[in-house]
Design a protein around this ligand. Sequence first.
Ligand code: CMP
Length: 140
Amino acid sequence: MAIERTLSIIKPDATRRNLTGKINAKFEDAGLRIVAQKRMKLSIEQAQQFYAVHSARPFFGELTEFMASGPVVVQVLEGEGAVLKNREVMGATNPKDAAPGTIRAEFAESVGENSVHGSDAPETAAQEIAFFFAGTELVG
Ligand code: CMP
């Protein structure tokens, strides 16, 4: 399988509980390499732009307000089949459905406050990485 890159966001519920290191350990233990990372506070406008694909969903306001409610850690993960591998490490969106040992099973508080975001396909990964990072900031 090809070496890929994917965008990950450690969400405000996780930074609030000081879980960045524990979550990063899950990525690294799975063979994913963190090739870019920064902690930042999203504006509501940035959150709305990032999640624009969900703008018609009933939870859009809740989602974007939550994502702007505290610090996030945006990061680029690299590895073989990184998009799919990251989704396996994260677990299902709803922590009630997430497999044991996954980030969301261990740390997520609810379907909305679910600790991490990960790109869902290589094409969206490229767009989401470019949303937060310049090419020069990715150091493999
Ligand atoms: P994420 O992978 O960041 O992509 C979109 C997010 O919308 C998703 O994770 C969830 O956190 C959030 N989401 C999905 N369904 C709901 C819901 N029913 N209520 C609130 N938030 C949701």
